[in-house]
Design a protein around this ligand. Structure first.
Ligand code: 2NE
Length: 325
């Protein structure tokens, strides 16, 4: 009887974890609360899971400004910061007078900052955002568009465009930027959409393929063919964003999501991310996942036996390693 009770309890616990977060309509956080993620809030019960993993801190972050790692000229188009004592980096597109439209210089600086954050083993989450509340990013800077792409300091144009927090407009290439991020936290004033076919442009790369995966082929066609704008609530319903929060809580909510990610196993997150991308990225995606498998293998006794045998000029002995099913 005791066993049966235990089993029933266990089943209830498992089914609670399996229960999808209730997302009927807009999942909007009405006002900032320090409680754990909204999905847990919906299913809130005094479970052991809740007791062990509980809430993350809602303390605001103290940011420190970072400069280009090669000691080159200071960033002009982005603000690059890292959180003191936490594994969070933040890249803010800093061209508010142009609704944070990007130019080649912006993308160069973003690449530098992303490379720096990637190579900093303390960083686990990168927030991408835009300066001010009017726009996250309005895409490519149309005033710099020439016959061969967007050109600023170079004499030739470029078309290569590279956890996001969105306030205001995320349109054109700015919309693509948010789509290729892992997660999108939207403020309730956010506006999403493609404008390319209205201004004589398009993104037939991730802009189309990632969107089709996110919202489905019919909606993707609607977004590209009609070039309508969509509210944060509509974006939420389409599956374009993860959550909609009041503008004044945007950074606080984003930080909460970062902290929840950061307390989880970095390797588990790494492999899940690679697997989620692999299915769409073909050979490159499998290659990334394969690299992760190699990383784990290098840490094993079995792999070390191979390396050590080579260095010791002897035949490796793999006999003690099981061939698990
Ligand atoms: C973003 C939006 C809807 C905002 O409207 P609103 O009314 O809030 O602001 P306003 O007055 O339009 O913009 C404020 C200032 O920012 C400039 C504007 O020209 C204006 O400048 P001033 O008059 O104050 O001097 N501005 C805004 N967006 C700009 C941009 N992308 N390039 C240069 N200047 C920009 C509204 O501004 C809007 O519709 N913007 C254009 C959105 C757009 O079409 N983006 C390009 C899409 S194509 C693309 O991104 C792309 C691609 O298709 C393929 C590869 C790479 C990129």
């Amino acid at each position: 009887m005791a066993m049966e009770g235990k089993a029933v309890g266990r089943l209830a616990m498992v089914s609670m974890h399996l229960m999808p977060p209730q997302r009927s309509g807009v999942q909007q956080v009405p006002a900032y609360s320090s409680s754990s993620s909204s999905s847990l809030k919906v299913n809130k019960r005094e479970s052991k899971y809740e007791k062990v993993h509980g809430d993350v801190s809602s303390e605001s972050v103290s940011w420190r400004l970072c400069t280009p790692c090669d000691n080159g000229p200071p960033f002009t188009d982005i603000i690059y910061e890292k959180a003191n004592g936490e594994g969070i980096a933040k890249i803010t597109i800093n061209r508010p007078a142009r609704r944070n439209a990007f130019r080649p210089q912006t993308l160069k600086e973003m690449t530098q900052a992303l490379n720096d954050a990637r190579d900093d083993i303390k960083i686990g989450v990168i927030i991408l955002t835009g300066k001010g509340n009017d726009a996250f990013c309005s895409g490519g800077d149309q005033s710099l568009r020439g016959p061969d792409g967007y050109a600023d300091k170079d004499s030739f144009g470029r078309l290569n465009v590279l956890d996001v927090q969105v306030a205001g407009y995320a349109v054109g290439g700015g919309h693509v930027l948010h789509m290729v991020c892992d997660l999108t936290i939207a403020a309730n004033n956010a506006v999403f959409g493609q404008t390319g076919p209205k201004v004589g442009s398009f993104d037939a790369g991730y802009g189309c393929t990632a969107m089709s995966r996110l919202v489905g082929p019919k909606r993707a066609r609607e977004m590209w063919f009609l070039c309508r704008f969509y509210s944060a609530e509509e974006a939420m319903e389409m599956g374009l964003v993860n959550i909609v929060v009041p503008l004044e809580n945007l950074e606080q909510e984003t930080i909460k999501w970062c902290r929840e990610i950061l307390r989880n196993s970095p390797t588990a997150i790494r492999i899940c991310k690679a697997a989620l991308n692999a299915v769409d990225d073909g050979h490159a995606g499998i290659h990334e996942l394969g690299g992760d498998a190699t990383l784990l293998y290098y840490g094993s006794e079995e792999a070390n036996e191979g390396k050590n045998a080579f260095l010791q000029r002897r035949r490796p002995d793999f006999s003690k390693f099981p061939r698990l099913p």
